[in-house]
Design a protein around this ligand. Sequence first.
Ligand code: EPZ
Length: 418
Amino acid sequence: MAYAKVIGGNKIEGEAVLQGSKNAALPMIAASVLCRGGVRIENCPDISDVRELLSVLSRTGAVCKLENHVLTIDASEAVPFSIDREQAKKTRGGVLFLGAFLGRFHEAWIAYPGGCVIGARPIDLHCAVLRKLHIALEETEEGVYGKGRPVGERIELPYPSVGATENAVLAAVCARGRTELFGAATEPEVSELCRFLNKAGAKIHGVGTNYLVIDGVAELHGATYRLTGDRIAAGTYMTAAAMTGGEVVLRETEGVCMDGILPVLRMAGTTIRQEKNLLVATGNDRVLAVPYIRTAPFPAFPTDMQSQVLALAAKADGDSVICETVFESRFAVVPELRKMGAEVLCDGQYAVVHGVRQLYGATVRATDLRGGAALLLAGLAAEGETFVYGDEYIARGYEDIYGLFRSLGADVVRVEES
Ligand code: EPZ
């Protein structure tokens, strides 16, 4: 059992290089199944979600290597295989092999990825779009079995699901004919996937909009792509500056879209400077309460920053209301923050946060990735020692977060319990 030991009170200040985007890397790993040639993904974050997905991908016979943030994959000789519950449960990104396997092999068997503490996370929309593409899809107790070559269609997504959009694109790029996807998700990670696929020979039009037109091609070739920085990791580190009254300078931020995130940090009293390849966040003496924050699909305030901003609001001067509209239960971190002195009331989608002057160190447990990040942030700002258990959740999405925070003045170490 490992945990993070944080001694709070230091200002988080200094320069750091921003990691590559986790949620752009994962769909690209699945997409590499479609490429009959070498794929090279640069600026790839070395995190456990990526490592897990690569271990699944290598079961197809694809040759994968991640070294110094360069990921090379050759899936030319890949063959389909079933992704069982154990593998599917480990990382959510595995569900994207559904579209990729159907696009390449015209067959796929994927166990349900299962829900997690933030919500049930069903895949009904994924199944609906694949059936629209003429895939014979059978849903069993265990998972989903699909067969047949995708045939292009007009598809309307009732909700801009990121994963369902990505699965639709992965199945459509080598489909027979044209696919029109109305109501597509427009998160930056979806656009990155489309840009990568177009570099590999796909014909996707309308990238970045909610109306994608995909003309199927016979097959995709290899491609080289450099991932942009991780906008959620950027927001997380900037929030650390806001919570401790420090100043964080992030480099390698070119192309990182911070829409939805920066306005909330500014309303909380953070001074923000954004240049071509630089992001600077300067905290002030007192965090300001943000009267109303609502998460929603891009370009609104992202759900993946909700827990971190909740921790920020916990030490604000006043009351903040947070409305979580994307996942049905993404307040699991609240009881843990209460152990640190936070005053938060939750009711369904809403959390009312009454800011307190000081948070105090405690022993807390993360049960999801972003909740874990929020607890680390609270520990950095708290008086005394905080022990954050469940650090395996944090490692899923943040590369060497303890080392990065130490380089910014934090007193934090990872402790392995014998
Ligand atoms: C992606 O998850 C991200 N994960 C999530 O980031 C992110 O929170 C989410 O998009 C929203 O932005 C990756 O990209 C790997 P959705 P995804 O499909 O694709 C419901 C993180 O911390 N829904 O847009 O699973 C679903 O239950 C992670 O990095 C259905 O009901 O998100 C949720 O309530 C957490 N049926 C909502 O839609 C479906 O078939 C949004 O889900 C699919 C989704």
